[in-house]
Design a protein around this ligand. Structure first.
Ligand SMILES: C[S@@+](CC[C@H](N)C(=O)[O-])C[C@H]1O[C@@H](n2cnc3c(N)ncnc32)[C@H](O)[C@@H]1O
Length: 242
């Protein structure tokens, strides 16, 4: 039986028994193969833009002895999936910007799949902002440790059709400025204290940015104020979780 890392196990736990799924950027294929082996998913599609990555997934499938129900498809993002073909799509281990580009390529196809689980390696704030702007409903924001990294996992339901208008969050703040896109108040973790550790990490990163802004001669006072406000948010979040 495949043993998943805590990060992939958290994602696997978000798939309901009986759900079919596609794993976009599957690489080694461990997540979908685990879902098949454990009997959770009756059908999985392992997708990757890279042939050598899919070879790894094929090899792993052969080792587990799975002969039916797990398919490999080579191609870019959702190109290799038919409209509404699976109950859930996972996109893990890619940058947040790339994830938005994959979802934006064919909005009708994206909206034809109900459930998504994302694990952005970076730019999670941008991804949350983009998803909200397009009408997705974010259902859970989670944190999980993997080695020296704290990883973010976002689950969401797609809207019936993706909104096209220009979105501005309340007060007209952008993804860059509003710290709740980086650190939503409802973010959870099964590891005690990980949310606080994450907030302190954000506080330290913002502190370094602020230092840079203060050193630069051309910095607008407003930028400094925004960075200070973001730091205050992260500090408050961490203090509330002592
Ligand atoms: C870091 S691995 C992540 C593997 C696995 N999903 C995980 O989280 O452990 C990223 C994978 O995404 C694939 N990839 C990158 N861009 C892609 C795209 N546009 N469409 C499909 N796969 C892509 C890469 O080839 C690579 O195998």
């Amino acid at each position: 039986m495949i043993k998943l890392t805590d990060r992939l196990q958290l994602i696997a736990d978000m798939i309901e028994t009986g759900e079919t799924m596609a794993d976009i950027g599957t690489d080694h294929g461990f997540l979908p193969l685990y879902l098949m082996e454990s009997g959770k998913s009756p059908r999985v599609i392992m997708c990757d833009i890279s042939g050598p990555s899919l070879d790894k997934a094929r090899e792993a499938a052969a080792q587990t002895g799975i002969t039916s129900g797990a398919e490999c498809r080579e191609g870019d993002g959702l190109d290799v999936i038919e409209r509404g073909e699976v109950d859930a799509v996972v996109i893990a281990g890619m940058g947040g910007l790339l994830i938005t580009q994959i979802l934006d390529k064919d909005p009708a196809k994206t909206a034809s799949i109900r459930k998504y689980i994302f694990q952005p390696r970076n730019n999670a704030a941008l991804l949350r902002w983009w998803l909200t702007s397009k009408g997705f409903k974010i259902t859970k924001n989670s944190l999980v440790r993997e080695g020296k990294f704290i990883c973010e996992v976002i689950s969401a339901f797609a809207p019936k059709s993706l909104e096209t208008g220009d979105f501005r969050a309340s007060g007209g703040v952008s993804a860059k400025e509003d710290p709740s896109w980086d650190l939503p108040a409802d973010i959870t973790s099964s590891e005690k204290g990980l949310d606080r550790e994450f907030a302190l990490l954000k506080l330290s990163q913002e502190g370094k940015k602020l230092e840079g802004l203060r050193k630069s001669r051309n910095t607008d006072r407003k930028e400094i104020e925004k960075a200070e406000q973001r730091m205050a948010y992260f500090r408050r979040f961490a203090n509330d979780r002592i």
